[in-house]
Design a protein around this ligand. Structure first.
Ligand code: SF4
Length: 68
């Protein structure tokens, strides 16, 4: 788990958004259907009732092109 991000870094419901200035934000997809979740959770998320471990961690934009 990333210390700065917390549970969202390993959650199936997290998506990484990058703005034009290169800043990254962690979006919670659960917020779309459940208003009790913050669209942009305050990090680090240390406890979350909606957490479900992702098979693979969310990939930041552009990271797909980087060599392993
Ligand atoms: S459900 Fe919880 S852990 Fe998962 S992305 Fe949303 S806030 Fe983060």
């Amino acid at each position: 788990m990333s210390d700065a991000v917390g549970l969202c870094a390993a959650c199936a419901h997290a998506r990484v958004i990058e703005n034009r200035r290169g800043s990254r934000f962690w979006l919670c997809e659960r917020a779309r259907i459940d208003p009790s979740f913050a669209r942009y959770p305050r990090l680090p998320v240390l406890a979350c009732a909606g957490f479900e471990r992702a098979p693979r961690p969310p990939t930041p934009p552009g990271a797909e092109d980087e060599p392993a």
